[in-house]
Design a protein. Structure first.
Length: 609
């Protein structure tokens, strides 16, 4: 272990004694031990120099410095410095002149490094004489409180530890209040491995982190820096290499960042390790998307789905008191239906998850009833699917004359919306807007939103809306098709609608090679919408044929079957039959052909078609 500071001229035995300090651990219910204070006093008195040790909240000594605290190069505390959080590090140092009172330089270092505590040990004859402690104020950001004098054998630290917790909580509350009106400053981190693909000559890692920047901005953050590390494999402890963590810490400090966002999904242990090393809140792509969802969910179903996804995401991340809990102080990654004091009782959270799943089951049943009603009435459904921010909601508004919320931002729409679209012949279809897809969409997020995404699964046709002005449009189609396959909707009849064609020209217009119909449209200007409606008409309506049926009264089951499998237009009666006009598809017609007026009548029977 290194000894920093003014070590010139020190004997090797003194250096060894200083290095042995690193082996001392402080119990978490204490701020120091008698052994530590006595050892510091003995060494400090023998060399007549100040000695400072820095201790983290786990009780580990992280730095030992010879000289006063102003000259120490304390990377860990420096990397955590912020006006609105404590560093999670405390300093205990000696005064060889017997006086344990804290100097102005000591107080300055406490404030500058945002230390949990600054303690000064007055040393006389190589023994501790008195100990004074300075703590950040729990009432003011800039003030400090002085306690003492104490002896080296102090046993009860409860009051001092409680004061540190209160000071930390006060700072976080101040920060959370400020974040209501100010943007958090975020640093983005990506990883490029050997498996990373290239798309149009650009690394997928670069494309993904550009998208992450848009997500961060959609969540309300201000991106101040970003880095991508090239690695053969992902580090088990930090995801990125330890050297990169140090570089990231300096980047956080230089840019006064409040938040680090990883473009990869990180494990709970990696998140804790990174937060302890960097001293700021750390979230991953999943946590960021969940935060956006929490801000955008409006319907009861949407809020339930977000809360369920948040609880399942946070359950393995629960832990005891420590620095990492300061991330719950406010801002990105902490919002949503479950944001107010996430319960630490795992059993309670599991019960809550079970309750939410039951509520979603009930909503799913209601959706099934609505779908069954549509099927009975033979109302065809077209679902708008596609990459987030491709213009699905704008297209719904343009087609159906609705006013669904539509903005040029990622995940503007979370709640499923269905509107009527009247065709030229007064026929009607239903058009459903769905939540947008995105690369690296987490599986448990798909699971949470399955009841919403089922609208795509049960639709008669899918309209895959693509931003024609995006250079990676073809890659977006690949990602959407992949997610549709996961949902079981990959084989649905579909149309590709190249939207935002008004933002392109002959030089940048993409050409999609597909066995599906590809239609150029602009939901904003209306260009191509008539063509899109014609395709929908052909795919959804012209397969139905109007027929007239004569159904003997003894075959009354046929009429109820028609209501379930076709669209009954009128029913009249003569002496022997029900005369029915209905619209049926080819398969249905083939099954009741013998009842069609003009066809030969077979002997009636009571078997169902």
């Amino acid at each position: 272990m290194d000894i920093s500071g003014s070590t010139e001229g020190l004997k090797s035995s003194v250096i060894e004694a200083l290095e042995d300090l690193y082996s001392l651990d402080i119990p978490q219910d204490k701020l120091w031990t008698e052994e530590l204070i006595n050892t510091l006093s003995e060494i400090s008195g023998s060399i007549n120099r100040e000695i400072a040790v820095y201790i983290d909240r786990k009780g580990h000594i992280t730095d030992v410095c010879v000289g006063d605290s102003k000259i120490v190069s304390l990377n860990e505390a420096e990397g955590r410095r912020s006006k609105f959080r404590l560093s999670g590090v405390r300093c205990i140092h000696t005064h060889p002149n017997e006086n344990g009172m804290l100097s102005a330089a000591d107080i300055s270092s406490l404030k500058a490094l945002r230390l949990d505590m600054m303690a000064a040990v007055g040393v006389k004859d190589q023994k501790p004489a008195e100990i004074y402690v300075a703590l950040p104020s729990a009432l003011s950001v800039e003030d400090v409180e002085i306690f003492g004098p104490y002896s080296e054998d102090k046993e009860d630290f409860e009051a001092l530890i409680e004061y540190i917790v209160e000071a930390d909580e006060f700072l976080r509350e101040q920060h959370a209040e400020i974040l209501k009106n100010e943007q958090e400053r975020a640093v983005l981190v990506g990883v490029r491995t050997q498996e990373t693909k290239n798309i149009l000559g650009v690394s997928e890692a670069d494309i993904s982190i550009t998208e992450l920047k848009e997500l961060a901005q959609a969540a309300g953050a201000r991106v101040v820096a970003s880095i991508i590390q090239n690695r053969e494999s992902r580090d088990a402890a930090f995801l990125i290499g330890r050297g990169k963590v140090e570089e990231l810490g300096l980047l956080v400090q230089t840019n006064e960042a409040d938040l680090v966002i990883f473009d990869e999904e990180i494990s709970p242990s990696q998140q804790r390790n990174l937060e302890e090393a960097l001293g700021v809140k750390v979230i991953d792509r999943t946590g960021l998307i969940l935060d956006i969802f929490a801000q955008r969910a409006r319907s009861r179903e949407g809020k339930i789905q977000v809360e369920l996804a948040q609880l399942e995401y946070n359950l393995p991340r629960l832990q005891g008191l420590g620095f990492a809990l300061s991330r719950l102080g406010g801002g990105i990654g902490t919002r949503g239906p479950g944001e107010t004091k996430l319960e630490t009782d795992r059993r309670h959270i599991r019960r809550k998850i079970g309750t939410l799943k039951e509520q979603l089951k009930e909503i799913k049943k209601q959706r099934s009833l609505l779908r069954a009603e549509r099927k009975r009435n033979r109302v065809p459904v077209a679902a708008l699917v596609g990459y987030t921010n491709s213009g699905k909601s704008t297209l719904l508004n343009a087609l159906c004359g609705s006013n669904v919320y539509a903005e040029n931002q990622l995940f503007a729409t979370l709640d499923t919306t269905t509107r009527q679209l009247k065709m030229d012949d007064n026929d009607m279809i239903l058009v459903t807007d769905t939540v947008g897809f995105i690369r690296k969409l987490p599986h448990h997020l798909i699971d949470a939103f399955k009841s919403t995404l089922e609208e795509a699964v049960f639709a008669d046709v899918l309209v895959l809306v693509v931003d024609a002005s995006d250079p990676y449009a073809e890659d977006h189609i690949r990602i959407v098709d992949s997610i549709l396959d996961e949902l079981g909707a990959g084989q649905k009849p579909s149309i590709i609608a190249l939207n935002k064609i008004d933002k392109t020209n002959d030089d940048n217009r993409i050409r999609i090679a597909s066995d599906r119909p590809v239609i150029e449209i602009s939901a904003k200007t209306g260009y191509g919408l008539d063509n899109l409606k014609r395709y929908l008409q052909e795919m959804l309506l012209e397969v139905r044929t109007k027929v007239k049926l004569a159904i003997p009264f003894q075959d009354g089951w046929v009429l109820s079957w028609l209501y379930e499998n076709g669209k009954v237009l009128s029913v009249e009666y003569d002496e022997n039959n029900s005369i029915v006009e209905a619209e049926l598809d080819k398969e249905a017609i083939s099954r009741i052909k013998k009842y069609m007026v003009g066809s030969s009548q077979a002997e009636p029977d009571n078997r169902q078609a």
